[in-house]
Write a new protein. Structure first.
Lengths: 217, 233, 217, 233
């Protein structure tokens, strides 16, 4: 079973040379730490920066240079700042190659819910609805089940949707899944996790074909 | 040259009244019009509709207006950093319209640029699109979203001049340029008002034509929400 | 009767303190020379400059600094450069206060034609269609009649339109006219021109009420 | 950092083929992609559809492609400076679509920013709107105009870096930023390619994400169309 860093590490393998990548808050943010050093990747943050670098050294934080998670950041050579309309032009115009974000629920047809629990938690969608409606390539980073042990990989989402039919791939603490026309296709098992474990934790249709390899993280 | 400079935040905010619709720039606490917000608190204007990406935190930014119950309705994309906000929203005291961040930016730009409405894919198939017109273009579905109508826009820039020209810094730029000229009156506050002619005409982020009043803010706290750092090895 | 400079001079009186003004090619360009010195006005050109100044001194021309007529220009302190989308945001968004442009024909209901003579002359509309569709305040600068002596102030335009019902005021070599619901209201006569002269040169309905003053240029 | 630099105009224009749709920046002869145009002439590609505000003059800019009959169709707002153009258009050799200048800019931006179409008031009630959908918003009429679809966009900037970041100069900026990222592939040529990190991230007009290839042009004539001057008193 993977921890949050393990999920981020596995997702980092999906990042290819030449990709512009938007990372959501939470586990996705960690992905930046694990991207191969021999490829060129640039990170975009929807509040208006391209070419994000690591956190600043202590004492060098600048209130005017933050990411979408409101964290102080730095920029790398070749970076640029821009306004929110231009930022979403990059996203809506499909100039960003890969979007990695968290979810509360994903359904077998690729719907995603991650912004609202009616009556309990209403933080808002931020840029997530624009990202999932626009991106060709969306990877969801999430725990396979919630704190009560209930599956978050569902036949149908129960929470208000963020986007419809948009998720292509899911990486959880248990597995790598691909969203296909017939259901969630199991691609890889997390280390030490059996197909049966995954089946138990998955409410949606799980497609298991042939031998499922354990992921190399 | 047409002069936009006013001498105080009080002069800048003349005409702001109860029940008006305001746009406020900023992302989180970065690039927010701190001095205008402080003056709105002093003025005790009530019943405001605020279009702003976020709602501040409990004791800073728009949170200051929320504490005084001056806001009737918020139009935002993300409001997760403010407990008082959540309380007022869940109790029904505050009307809240949550919309996608890119839609927010572009509804501002539509107002600025004279477009009545835009078609965006964001929110299609979700409750955000409920009751709205949708339409297919090239096999993809879009939602029709209308330009905002606001009375005042409050933006914050790094530098500016008396002609109303603005230059922003880093990610404090965010929604500020999109809101310039998107309301009937745009009020810009800047950290530094420089002499006219000092800003390179080639490097002005927003030309003065989009700004009606400009003033130098008395002070800026520029609070950091998430101070994330690494240690030197 | 006015010459082109006279028309420009008369129109300059319509320019008020604090106005952002877009000047079309031809007579409108001359207006800048006659604006009162005690008021503050800024000139916008739709190719991307606000705060235009006079022509450059010889030897100081810059191919990268031109107006919409492709003439080399200078800028004044407080000027700015911007892209075409931003430029038309200023125009369409009604941030420009006054638009002055030429015309081949104007009709009683405020229609204007100035971009095409089918089969003969097709230069294109440039920014004129955006300007007339957006501006609240449009003044047309033109000769009252064409080279054959035919009226250009018509009941109905015969040429392809640039915009419908948009012209508010017309300044010609003969008169100042206001477009009203009932026709062209004669406001002023050019020096030495009689109401009868204007009537003869006007094909559209001319409304003459009371004594028509001679314009002070 | 993702590198966009190519070493020659030949490398930059790889993949340009007959019958493609191209966008070309510039206003008049200011800010036109001179080196790309010269290479298009050398390549002898034919049947091109060119989206560009103007059509050059007889012996410069897009006029060079017109002379060689390489252009099948022009989409422009103003073409009054080119006799050969007028001849080909009136004789029917050249297909011409004239559209309002602001519509041209915004159809580019729509393609860049992922909008399928826009509503603009420009051209309503004129032959430009014939056959197009119109619609009333708040008592005013608008025309629905669609985003351009182009294969290549050629833009010219003043400075750029290998990451594709661009800075324009003066009114040579014009349509160039609007066309970046508005075609499948955007090719930027610059007067000066500077080392990555030299451009201030705060002062980049178009971020490199909108550009696929960048090169330093071998030379720039930057011809002036109307040399207007005043004499010193």
């Amino acid at each position: 079973m993977l921890d949050k860093n393990g999920i981020a590490k596995r997702i980092a393998k999906e990042v290819q040379d030449g990709y512009y990548v938007n990372l959501g808050i939470g586990i996705p943010t960690l992905v930046a730490n694990y991207v191969r050093e021999d490829i060129e990747v640039e990170f975009q943050s929807e509040n208006g920066v391209l070419g994000m670098g690591p956190f600043p050294f202590e004492g060098e934080e600048d209130a005017d240079i933050i990411n979408a998670g409101k964290q102080t950041i730095t920029t790398l050579p070749g970076a640029s700042f821009f306004d929110s309309a231009t930022s979403f032009a990059m996203i809506r115009g499909q100039h960003v190659d890969l979007t990695i974000l968290g979810a509360m629920e994903v359904s077998e047809n690729g719907d995603i819910a991650n912004w609202k629990i009616p009556g309990r938690m209403v933080k808002g969608m931020g840029g997530a609805m624009d990202l999932v409606a626009s991106a060709e390539n969306i990877i969801v980073a999430m725990m396979h089940t919630n704190k009560k042990g209930e599956s978050k990989i569902l036949k149908q989402c129960s929470l208000p949707l963020t986007g419809v039919g948009c998720v292509k791939k899911i990486v959880t603490n248990l597995a790598v899944l691909e969203v296909t026309q017939n259901g969630f296709k199991l691609l890889e098992r997390a280390p030490g996790v059996s197909v049966e474990d995954i089946q138990k934790a998955t409410e949606g249709t799980l497609i298991v074909e042939g031998n499922i390899p354990e992921m190399a993280v | 040259m047409i002069l936009k400079k006013v001498n105080s935040v009080q002069d800048a905010l003349k005409g702001v009244k109860n029940d008006m619709t305001l746009m406020l720039g900023g992302f989180g606490l970065s690039g927010i019009p701190e001095n205008a917000i402080a003056e709105l608190v002093s003025m005790e204007v009530k019943g405001l509709t605020c279009i702003s990406n976020n709602a501040g935190v409990d004791d800073f930014g728009l949170g200051l207006l929320l504490q005084k119950r001056q806001i009737k309705k918020m139009v935002s994309s993300y409001v997760g950093e403010n407990d008082e906000f959540e309380r007022q929203m869940l109790s029904g005291e505050l009307d809240v319209e949550l919309i996608p961040q890119g839609t927010l930016a572009e509804r501002c730009r539509a107002a600025q640029a004279g477009f009545p409405a835009i078609y965006t894919p964001a929110g299609y198939g979700t409750e955000v699109a409920e009751g709205k017109e949708t339409r297919e273009f090239d096999g993809k579905m879009y939602v029709l979203e209308h330009a905002f109508k606001a009375d005042f826009a409050f933006v914050k820039a790094w530098k500016g001049d008396a002609a109303g020209n603005l230059v922003f810094k880093g990610t404090a730029r965010n929604f500020n340029p999109c809101m310039c000229g998107a309301a009937k009156i745009t009020i810009a506050e800047v950290e530094e008002l420089v002499p006219v002619g000092e800003l390179d005409p080639n490097q002005i982020h927003m030309p003065g034509i989009f700004v009606q009043r400009i003033f130098e803010g008395e002070k800026y706290e520029k609070r950091i929400e998430q101070r994330t750092v690494r240690t030197r090895e």
